[in-house]
Write a protein that binds this ligand. Structure first.
Ligand code: URP
Ligand code: ZN
Ligand code: ZN
Length: 464
C-alpha cells in the first residue's frame, strides 16, 4: 500500500516547507519536490497544511469514576479523536487498591484491544504501592508503560500520600521513567468542600469556589520538591492557573526536570461558566476547576516561552442528562470531567496561531512533538520525517466551523453536550492518515475499529 500526498505545506516543530510526501505501508519513505512515483492513493494537499498527527497524552476512556463510567469508550473516543486530527492517545490504566498494577494493565488492554481507531498507550495510575509491589514498576516499563500518574487530590478514591509518592518517584527515576502528577492539596480541599456542603452551598459553582488556585500551587510545589529529591522527571498534568505555573517556573529556573501541560478548557473557558442557569454549570465541573479569566494570558505566556510544554485535553466525558445529574443536589457528587478530545487541534490553531499567540511550529510542538518526546514515542510519533510513522493530518487553515453538539463535522464524542458549544473556529482537520492508512477522508470516518495498535513506549525522552 502506498500513498502520495502532493503539494502540501509540511509543518513540524522545526520545519516549514512545500513538499510531496511518499508513504509506503506504514511509514514515510520519501519527502521531496515534485515526486513522480506511482502510488495506490494520491491526495492533493494544495493550500493545506500537513501536520504530524496530534498526540493527546491525557484522556480517560471507559473510566470508572464518580460513581459512573466516562461516556466514551475506546471505540467512540478514538474515532472522535481521529476526526479532530489526533492520531495517538495516552490513556490511563488504574490500579485497584490492594491489587497488582499488572492486573490493571491487563484490564485496560482488554478494554482497548481491537477497538481503537488510532494508536494508543497507557500511563499507570498507582493508587497504593507497598514495598512488595515496587518491583512491578520495572515490569510495567518493560511492557511499554513508562509513565505513572499519581493523585494528590480525591482523598479516599485515587489519592496517595507523600510517602507513596516518594516511593513511586524514586523507583520511576531509577528506571528512567516519568511521573505525572495531579497536583492539588486534596486533603485541604476536602475540608473546604465538606464545610460548603454543610452550609447548604450545593450548586455547581461551589466546585470552583472550594478549590482555590493556591491549593493547586501548593500541590505543584510539593510534587516538584519530592521529585527533585527522588531524582525523577515530573510532568504536572492539567495545570490550570497562574499560581501553579509560577511554581513550575521557579523549579525550572533552579534546573529541575519539571514539565507541565495545560488544556484547552483552561485556555478558552473560565469560571463564569459556572454562573449559567440552573444546573448548566455542572457541564464544566472538572478538576482542577475553571479559573478566573485573567489566568488564560499567563498560561499562553507559559506556552509561548516554554514553561508549559504540551496541550492535552484531559478528555473525561460524562453525559449531562444521565451522569452529571448524579450531583444535582450536591456539587461534590457531580462526576468530574468534560469532553474535548475532538476539538483540541482546531481550538488551539484558532485561538493560538490565528491570534498570533504562538507560531505554527509551536502549535505542532504543543499538540504533538513535545509529548512524543516526554513519553518515549519520538521520532516514531510527533514529527513528519523519513522513517516516522505516517500519521499525517491534512489541515485546511481557512475552513471555518462552529463547534456544536449538533454539527456533524465537529462532534463525534459520545456525550450529549460540547464544552465549546457555539465557538467558531478557523482551521479544520480534513483528512487523517494513521500509519499510512486514510482513516478520515474529508471529515468522514473511513477507518475501522481495531486499526489502532497499542504502543510500547520507550523510556523518558525529555532530555534528548
Ligand atoms: O475532572 C477531571 N479532570 N477528571 C478526570 C480525572 C482527572 O483528575 O484527571
Ligand atoms: Zn487529574
Ligand atoms: Zn485526567
Amino acid at each position: 500500500m502506498s500513498v502520495l500526498i502532493k503539494n502540501g505545506r509540511v509543518i513540524t516543530a522545526v520545519d516549514d516547507y512545500l513538499a510531496d510526501i511518499f508513504i509506503e505501508n506504514e511509514t514515510v519513505t520519501l519527502i521531496g519536490k515534485a515526486l513522480e512515483m506511482e502510488a495506490d492513493e494520491a491526495i492533493d494537499a494544495s493550500g493545506k497544511y500537513l501536520f504530524p498527527g496530534g498526540l493527546d497524552p491525557h484522556t480517560h476512556l471507559d473510566m470508572p469514576f464518580g460513581g459512573t463510567t466516562s461516556a466514551d469508550d475506546f471505540e467512540t473516543g478514538t474515532r472522535a479523536a481521529a476526526h479532530g486530527g489526533t492520531t495517538t492517545l495516552i490513556d490511563f490504566a488504574i490500579q485497584s487498591k490492594g491489587h497488582s498494577t499488572l492486573e490493571a494493565l491487563d484490564t485496560w488492554h482488554a478494554k482497548a484491544d481491537g477497538k481503537t481507531a488510532i494508536d494508543y498507550g497507557f500511563h499507570m495510575i498507582v493508587t497504593d504501592l507497598e514495598d512488595n509491589r515496587v518491583h512491578e514498576m520495572k515490569m510495567l516499563a518493560d511492557a511499554g508503560v513508562t509513565s505513572y500518574k499519581l493523585f494528590m487530590a480525591y482523598p479516599g478514591v485515587l489519592y496517595v500520600d507523600d510517602g507513596t509518592i516518594y516511593r513511586a518517584m524514586k523507583k520511576a527515576g531509577e528506571d528512567g521513567t516519568v511521573v505525572c502528577m495531579h497536583a492539588e492539596n486534596g486533603i485541604v480541599i476536602d475540608e473546604i468542600v465538606k464545610q460548603a456542603v454543610a452550609d447548604g452551598k450545593t450548586e455547581p459553582k461551589y466546585h470552583a469556589i472550594t478549590r482555590p488556585t493556591r491549593m493547586e500551587a501548593e500541590g505543584v510545589h510539593r510534587a516538584i520538591s519530592i521529585a527533585e529529591v527522588a531524582h525523577v522527571p515530573i510532568y504536572i498534568v492539567h495545570l490550570s492557573s497562574s499560581d501553579a505555573l509560577e511554581q513550575v517556573m521557579l523549579a525550572r529556573n533552579r534546573g529541575v526536570h519539571a514539565f507541565a501541560e495545560t488544556c484547552p478548557q483552561y485556555l478558552f473557558l473560565d469560571d463564569s461558566y459556572y454562573d449559567q442557569e440552573g444546573f448548566e454549570g455542572a457541564k464544566y465541573v472538572m478538576t482542577p476547576a475553571l479559573r478566573e479569566k485573567w489566568n488564560q494570558d499567563e498560561l499562553w505566556k507559559g506556552l509561548k516561552f516554554g514553561d508549559l510544554q504540551s496541550i492535552a485535553t484531559d478528555h473525561c466525558p460524562f453525559c449531562f442528562k444521565d451522569q452529571k445529574v448524579l450531583g444535582i443536589d450536591d456539587f461534590s457528587k457531580i462526576p468530574n470531567g468534560a469532553p474535548g478530545v475532538e476539538n483540541r487541534m482546531s481550538l488551539v490553531f484558532n485561538g493560538g496561531v490565528k491570534t498570533g499567540r504562538i507560531s505554527l511550529n509551536k502549535f505542532v510542538e504543543l499538540t504533538s512533538t513535545a509529548a512524543a518526546k516526554t513519553f518515549g514515542l519520538f521520532p516514531k510519533k510527533g514529527t513528519i520525517a523519513v522513517g516516522s510513522d505516517a500519521d499525517i493530518v491534512v489541515f485546511d487553515p481557512n475552513r471555518t466551523e462552529t463547534i456544536s453538539v449538533n454539527n456533524a463535522c465537529t462532534h463525534h464524542m459520545n456525550v450529549d453536550y460540547n464544552s465549546y458549544e457555539g465557538f467558531e473556529v478557523t482551521g479544520f482537520t480534513e483528512t487523517v492518515l494513521s500509519r499510512g492508512k486514510i482513516i478520515i477522508n474529508n471529515c468522514e470516518y473511513v477507518g475501522k475499529k481495531g486499526d489502532g495498535h497499542f504502543l510500547k513506549r520507550g523510556l523518558y525522552g525529555g532530555m534528548k
